[in-house]
Design a binder for this molecule. Structure first.
Ligand code: GLA
Length: 389
C-alpha cells in the first residue's frame, strides 16, 4: 500500500536524521535541544528521475529546527515548541521526493522568478514583450510550470557567531521560463539563537528583468496534519488590500479592508472571514489576497503580522522589507494530498503568508516596481519570530 510505503520511508529517513545528527554534531549533543550555533547536518533525501541526488539539511538554533531540501529550497519541516516546550512540525510537506516533483502545491517552496500571478503570462519591459508559461488558468503563477521551487540549488552551511544556517545559490539562465537575463540568486536561511528564522534574498542580472521572490510555507501552528487552522488568530497590519478579478489578477485598486472580511487589523480568527458571501471570497474560494502592508516598502524588516494558535500557545510574528503579504487560507487543499506523517490535507488545514511585491506588478504601473536592471542588486528580507503565550 502506498501509505505503508510512505510511513516506512519516513521512519527510515527520520532514523537516518537522528543517526547523522548524533554522529556528526558533538556540539549539538553537548548543548542539547535548542542550543545555539550547532552545525547544519546533511543527509540524502532521494534522487530525481535523471539520477540527480537531493539532500535534506537540518539546522537547529534557539529551539527552532528547520529541514531544507536542495530541491526547490523547500522547507520540509519547521519545528517549534508549544507553551509546554513540546516541539511540533508546523509546516506541511511530503515524506518523499516523488510527491514534491509530481504534485506539490508549492509546499515550502522557494518561489521565483515571480511570486504569484502575471496576467496572461505576459509583460512588456523596455518595449519588448515577454511570454511566460501559463500554468494557472490564463495566467502564469509562481514562475511558471517549472519555477525555482522545482530546481536544484547549491546549498552551503554556515555558522556566524551564534547564528547558523544555509546559503542557497543558483543562476537562472537567460530565457528560463520566459524571463530575460542571467539571474544570479542567493538566498540565505538563518536561525538565530532566539529561534528566529530569517530569509535574505539577493539577486543580480545582466539584462533588465522582473523579480519577486518569496517563500511558500504552508503553516499550521497546531502541527502539520492536525486538521483545520480556522481557529488561528491573525493580526495583520494592513488597512488596504488588492482586490482581484475572477482569475485572481488584481484590478489595480487598493481597497480599504474596513467593513470587509479582509480586516485583520485587530486579531481575529481566520476561518469565519474565509466563509463569507463577499464576492472577493467567492473568486478565491476563501482568502487568497495580497495585503498592502501599512509599513510600505522598507530598507529594514518592519512589522507585518502576528498569528497565534490559542490551544498550543504558539505565536509567529513576521517582519519584512516587502510592501505586500499574500494571505492564503489553503483554499485549494482538497483531501487528495497525503502529508509528511500520513494524514490527508483538507481545505483550510494550513495557511500561507507570503511576503512579496504585489501580484502582476509588471502590468500595473501604479504598483511598486519589480524591475531589476544590470548593476543593481535585488535585496529582500523576511523574518519569522516564534514565541509562546
Ligand atoms: C498562492 C496563490 C494561490 C495558490 C497558492 C498555491 O498563495 O495566490 O492562489 O496558487 O499559491 O496553491
Amino acid at each position: 500500500m502506498p501509505s505503508t510505503t510512505r510511513r516506512t520511508v519516513l521512519t527510515a529517513a527520520a532514523a537516518a536524521g537522528v543517526t547523522a545528527a548524533a554522529a556528526g554534531t558533538a556540539h549539538a549533543s553537548a548543548h542539547g535541544h535548542g542550543a545555539s550555533g550547532s552545525r547544519p547536518v546533511k543527509e540524502p533525501f532521494g534522487r530525481l528521475a535523471d539520477g540527480t541526488p537531493v539532500h535534506r539539511w537540518t539546522v537547529s538554533n534557539g529551539g527552532t529546527t528547520l529541514k531544507v531540501l536542495s530541491y526547490g529550497g523547500v522547507i520540509h519541516s519547521l519545528e517549534t515548541a508549544d507553551r509546554h516546550g513540546r516541539p511540533a512540525n508546523v509546516a506541511l510537506g511530503f515524506d518523499n521526493l516523488d510527491d514534491y516533483v509530481a504534485k506539490s502545491p508549492y509546499f515550502g517552496g522557494l518561489i521565483g522568478r515571480y511570486g504569484n500571478r502575471i496576467a496572461n503570462g505576459r509583460f512588456t519591459l523596455d518595449g519588448t514583450t515577454h511570454q511566460l508559461p501559463v500554468n494557472d488558468g490564463p495566467n502564469s503563477l509562481h514562475g511558471g510550470d517549472r519555477g525555482f521551487d522545482k530546481r536544484i540549488w547549491d546549498v552551503e552551511p554556515f555558522t556566524r557567531g551564534a547564528d547558523t544556517g544555509l546559503i542557497l545559490t543558483r543562476t537562472s539562465p537567460d530565457g528560463e521560463a520566459g524571463y530575460p537575463g542571467n539571474l544570479a540568486v542567493r538566498v540565505t536561511y538563518t536561525l538565530t539563537p532566539r529561534g528566529e528564522w530569517r530569509i535574505d534574498y539577493e539577486a543580480t542580472t545582466d539584462r533588465a528583468t522582473v523579480i519577486n521572490l518569496t517563500s511558500h510555507t504552508y503553516f499550521n501552528l497546531a502541527g502539520e496534519g492536525s486538521g483545520s487552522t480556522d481557529g488561528h488568530l491573525l493580526e495583520l497590519a494592513a488597512a488596504r488590500y488588492t482586490p482581484v478579478g475572477p482569475t485572481l489578477i488584481p484590478t489595480g485598486e487598493l481597497a480599504a479592508v474596513a467593513r470587509t472580511p479582509f480586516d485583520f487589523r485587530r486579531a481575529r480568527t481566520i476561518g469565519a472571514p474565509a466563509r463569507t458571501a463577499h464576492e472577493q471570497v467567492g473568486f478565491a474560494k476563501g482568502i487568497d489576497h495580497n495585503y498592502v502592508l501599512d509599513k510600505g516598502l522598507t530598507a529594514r524588516p518592519g512589522y507585518a503580522l502576528t498569528i497565534t494558535h490559542p490551544e498550543s500557545g504558539r505565536v509567529m510574528k513576521m517582519y519584512t522589507t516587502e510592501p505586500g503579504m499574500q494571505f492564503y487560507t489553503g483554499n485549494f487543499l482538497d483531501g487528495t494530498l497525503t502529508g509528511t506523517t500520513g494524514r490527508r490535507y483538507r481545505q483550510g488545514d494550513a495557511f500561507c503568508l507570503e511576503a512579496q511585491h504585489f501580484p502582476d506588478s509588471p502590468n500595473q504601473p501604479a504598483f511598486p516596481s519589480t524591475v531589476l536592471r544590470p548593476g543593481e542588486t535585488y535585496r529582500s528580507t523576511t523574518l519569522h519570530a516564534f514565541s509562546t503565550r
